[in-house]
Design a binder for this molecule. Structure first.
Ligand SMILES: Nc1ncnc2c1ncn2[C@@H]1O[C@H](COP(=O)(O)OP(=O)(O)O)[C@@H](O)[C@H]1O
Ligand SMILES: [Mg+2]
Length: 381
């Protein structure tokens, strides 16, 4: 049985707009569930309703098989870690971590044992005598996490816990959070607007937009099988390429014609994708979506045997970005920035013109009107 179930959870603040609308979500034991989406999409509101810090306007919240809409935050067996740490400035690190157990009148020697255990996991044993103002941002965040996990909560709630840290520390803490999740076997509900955190930490990602859940799936599933244009564009860096097109019947083929049909830029669909496009998008305006790593130069495309599918897609490289193992080359189509991922020893220079080719088994087609991915197969889990 899922530990936490949200059924049609809605939130309206004083105005008549929904901050969160009809969220349905199941959180199982040991899940690391990530609520992700742009600022204002209702992530914190959803988390706070689960925590009991915000009233639920309608819908049902089930915790361990009990309807819990009105249970007190302290009865829910959850601990929360906030973005701004929320430490007691006058207490030592030891005092901060021990606090919730002291309040519960846990015996001193038991507290001492648990504080040292937690400090060891978080590698802050050497900091126990310091006060918060003597700590770096990353250390403060670890202490905050220590205070949250010492109670051994059923569920750990985190709202953008890394967003006050600099980039290097953020990626370090990301690795540590993943380790913590693994070592403690904790159930975590985690809010972030950062797609990298979502992709690297989540066992299950919930993508939200304007208070509405767009898709719930494991990271790889979200990446390979995005439900719509928004999800496809939000996760992945650099973003998926999007190119406006129309679907038409050629002599024997189903063809995507790009913007100006007269210039002969086109892409020939094959196999199952051709059948689906013929059924769902014939003569319609669509958006072709293809990830940077599924775009190829001529030589690569020829090696892989799909150089004939793409016709006339010449682009001018506007910038290049070395990322260690890969290089990204950027170009513009219809005013939109797109990119191709090439190997780190690729010699293409800024200003060069190249022809780009798309992997016919990896492309997506989005209906321009509904923005739905016509190849989307639903959730597999
Ligand atoms: N206390 C509040 N009163 C009124 N509106 C609020 C309040 N808190 C949040 N909102 C609104 O609800 C929406 C969702 O906010 P929030 O959950 O904080 O988004 P996120 O965490 O995804 O950035 C936003 O439009 C925000 O302005
Ligand atoms: Mg928020």
């Amino acid at each position: 049985m899922a530990e936490i179930i949200l059924k049609n959870i809605c939130k309206k603040y004083d105005n008549e707009l929904y901050a969160v609308k009809d969220v349905n979500l199941e959180i199982d034991e040991k899940d690391f569930v990530i609520l992700v989406g742009p600022s204002g999409c209702g992530k914190s509101t959803t988390l706070r309703m689960v925590a009991g810090l915000e009233e639920i306007s309608s819908g049902e919240l089930w915790i361990d098989g009990e309807l819990s809409n009105y249970s007190e935050p302290s009865e829910r067996g959850m601990s929360m870690v906030f973005q701004n740490y929320a430490l007691y400035p006058n207490m030592t690190v030891y005092g901060n971590i021990a606090f919730s157990l002291k309040v519960r009148k846990v015996p001193k020697n038991e507290i001492d044992k648990r504080v040292h255990e937690v400090a060891k996991v978080l590698e802050i044993e050497h900091l126990l005598d310091r006060r918060p103002n003597e700590l770096s941002g990353g250390q403060k965040q670890r202490v905050a996490i220590g205070s949250a996990i010492i109670r051994e909560p059923k569920v750990l709630l985190m709202d953008e816990p890394l967003s006050n840290l600099d980039a290097k520390l953020r990626s370090q803490m990301r690795v540590e959070l993943a380790k913590l999740h693994h070592d403690l076997g904790a159930t975590i509900l985690y809010v972030t607007h950062d797609q990298t955190e979502a992709m690297t930490l989540g066992t299950k990602i919930v993508v939200m937009k304007l208070g509405i859940v767009q898709q719930i799936a494991p990271p790889k599933e979200i990446y390979d099988n995005p439900a719509n244009l928004f999800v496809a564009g939000f996760l992945g860096s650099p973003s998926m390429n999007f190119i406006d097109a129309e679907v038409h019947m050629g002599n024997d083929d189903v063809i995507l014609y790009f913007n100006r049909m007269t210039t002969g830029k086109k892409f020939i669909l094959c196999d199952e994708r051709a059948d689906i496009a013929a059924k769902k998008a014939m003569n319609k305006s669509v958006v072709l979506g293809v990830r940077p790593e599924d775009v190829y130069t001529y030589d690569e495309a020829k090696k892989l045997g799909f150089e004939r599918n793409t016709v006339g897609m010449e682009v001018t490289i506007e910038s290049r970005e070395m990322h260690g193992a890969h290089t990204f080359l950027y170009y513009t189509i219809d005013g939109k920035q797109n990119s191709i991922c090439v190997s780190h020893d690729d010699k293409t220079k800024v200003g060069d013109k190249i022809n780009i080719y798309f992997d016919p088994n990896k492309i997506h087609i989005f209906d321009s009107q509904t923005e739905q991915n016509i190849f989307y197969k639903g959730e597999k889990s």
